[in-house]
Ligand binder design. Structure first.
Ligand code: NI
Ligand code: MN
Length: 224
């Protein structure tokens, strides 16, 4: 499995014909080094919650690629008006797909969808445990520290993507505690430095962690 960090919380997961994008915030992310045009043959898009820096370019990319969008029921209903293919699921549910399984996890956050100046209800925010070919990736979405993360230890996560930027999510110290709960083989920090208010130094996170942290540069890949 190949994982490519596209900046902020955007992640590309590739295994054979499966090309899954999580939270594809490309347009409007000044740090992004990817164009929506470059994202071809995307089979699936995972949306953790309704905020603009997570729904991002979902509509555009899904339309171009006929991707299946996996998200909560409220966001799926919202995306329905763009005639996208969606699979609605919800927190605690695990579903088999042709590429593997997906479990939706909870997150302590909001999920409102900003739409032409109106705030549309986006259900509860979440994260995903995505299993492909025997490897498990946890994408936490945006969340504060929650003791529920302790339950993820049983999932035997290979790689956990955790927000460290603070203000809207966990900061470095809370992400260290989260990583201790989850006990993933590898932890990758995300959701930092995109905007001034979420500035954080991933090297400090790495230094504070006992377990294995990989700091991925934007557009950098790792193999699992
Ligand atoms: Ni958010
Ligand atoms: Mn966010």
């Amino acid at each position: 499995m190949k994982l490519t960090f596209l900046g902020h919380s955007a992640l590309l997961i590739e295994e054979g014909k499966f090309k899954g994008l999580v939270d594809p915030f490309i347009t409007g992310n000044s740090l992004s080094e990817t164009c929506v045009d470059d994202l071809v043959n995307i089979t699936h898009i995972f949306v953790t919650h309704g905020h603009g820096d997570h729904i991002g370019d979902t509509v555009d990319i899904a339309k171009r690629n006929q991707s299946l969008v996996i998200c909560n029921a409220e966001i799926a209903a919202y995306l329905g008006k763009f005639k996208l293919r969606t699979h609605a699921m919800h927190i605690g549910g695990r579903t088999k797909f042709d590429f593997g399984t997906v479990k939706m996890t909870n997150a302590l956050h909001g999920s409102g969808i900003s739409d032409n100046g109106n705030m549309i209800y986006g259900g509860n925010p979440g994260g995903f445990v995505i299993e492909v070919n025997g490897k498990k990736v946890y994408h936490a979405g945006d969340t504060g520290l929650t003791y529920d993360m302790k339950l993820l230890e049983d999932e035997k996560i290979d790689v956990a993507f955790l927000p460290i930027g603070g203000n809207y999510t966990m900061d470095i110290d809370d992400a260290v505690k989260a990583a201790d709960f989850i006990k993933a083989k590898t932890v990758v920090p995300m959701h930092y430095n995109t905007f001034g208010i979420i500035n954080a130094d991933p090297k400090i996170f790495k230094n504070k962690m006992a377990s294995n942290v990989i700091v991925l540069d934007i557009n950098e890949s790792m193999n699992v």
